[in-house]
Structure formats: structure tokens, C-alpha cells
Design a protein around this ligand. Structure first.
Ligand SMILES: [Zn+2]
Length: 189
């Protein structure tokens, strides 16, 4: 009887150790379980992926900190998750940009940026937006009313940041570190 009890005790200890080891193995993968909507409904072609690249136009980065989704001017994009709009304006190479922030996730603060937007913004800084809500539109290639905009095409016409044509640039920062958005997105509505 004592022998059986001892065996059981060892069995439970082994079970506990196994559980801990399995948990340690799977915890890093929890970050991939944030559930996001695809930012540009109906548009799933990616023109430029996250990572190293040859700059497509002067001023564009050689390390692409997001993905470029092919979408025509005027197509709507949505909040991939619920959160607060923390930036609306012209932001260097990103042109007209909207930033959506989700402050209180289990892995920290996550910022979602939408670049080369239409300057006729429909959200303002401080707005709380719900997952799936339309928050803006893909902007034009050319913009004319932004003072100090250093970006232009080969003919000197000012552009909507460093861009070669209308598209949605979408980026994700987790605690201020850029990550590949495709680790978190799936091409589904
Ligand atoms: Zn881009």
C-alpha cells in the first residue's frame, strides 16, 4: 500500500514537471494569438513585405517596417482591433498617417499605423474606435497643401510621403518594437 502511494506521488511530480516544461515551450507563442481583422477589407495583394528591401523611391526605408497592401485611392480601411486614435496627421515618409493604440494588451502596448491616407480624416486623436469600424481611406499619390513636405516625384510634384502610388502601408509596434504584421494577420474578413 505504501509502495503504491509512493508511486502515485512520483507520478504526480513527473506530471507537474511536464506541465511546467510544456508551458515554457508554448508561452512565447501566445503573442501570436492576438486576434486582428485584416485592415483593408477586400484587398489582399501585398506589394511590399516587412523587412529588408531596396527603397522603391527616394526617402523610402531600406528596412520596410510594415506591409504595403495594394488598394486604390478611396478604399476604406478599418480598425484591426478596438482602441484609441493617438495620431492623426502628416508623418514624414508615411505621409498622412493614422495611429491606433491598444494600450492594455496582455503583452503591453500595441500601436497600429496606417500610412499614405486620405487627408480628409474621419477620426481625431483621442477617439475610441471599435474593431471593424472604418477609420479612414487610402489617400492619393499627390498632396498639395502640406507645408514642408520634402517628398515629391521625379517631376517635383509633392507626394503623400515616400510613395510611388496609392496603397495602404500598415505597421505594428509592440512596446515600440516593429514586428512583421503578417505574424498577426490572416487574410480574412
Ligand atoms: Zn510601406
Amino acid at each position: 500500500m505504501i509502495l503504491i502511494t509512493k508511486y502515485l506521488k512520483n507520478f504526480y511530480i513527473v506530471l507537474i514537471i511536464l506541465t511546467i516544461l510544456i508551458s515554457i515551450f508554448f508561452i512565447p507563442n501566445f503573442k501570436f494569438q492576438i486576434s486582428l481583422l485584416w485592415p483593408a477589407p477586400g484587398y489582399y495583394t501585398i506589394n511590399s513585405y516587412y523587412g529588408k528591401r531596396i527603397a522603391p523611391t527616394e526617402g523610402a526605408s531600406t528596412f520596410h517596417k510594415g506591409i504595403d497592401i495594394s488598394a486604390p485611392e478611396g478604399s476604406s480601411f478599418i480598425a484591426v482591433t478596438s482602441g484609441t486614435i493617438t495620431y492623426v496627421g502628416f508623418l514624414g515618409g508615411g505621409g498622412y498617417t493614422i495611429t491606433l493604440t491598444d494600450e492594455n494588451t496582455s503583452i503591453g502596448e500595441i500601436k497600429y499605423s496606417y500610412c499614405h491616407c486620405d487627408p480628409n480624416f474621419i477620426v481625431s486623436e483621442g477617439d475610441y474606435v471599435c474593431k471593424g469600424q472604418i477609420i479612414g481611406y487610402v489617400g492619393p499619390k499627390y498632396v498639395y497643401n502640406e507645408k514642408g513636405n520634402p517628398y515629391s516625384d521625379e517631376n517635383g510634384i509633392p507626394t503623400n510621403g515616400a510613395t510611388t502610388g496609392p496603397h495602404l502601408h500598415f505597421g505594428i509596434r509592440i512596446n515600440d518594437q516593429y514586428v512583421d504584421p503578417l505574424n498577426f494577420l490572416s487574410k480574412q474578413e
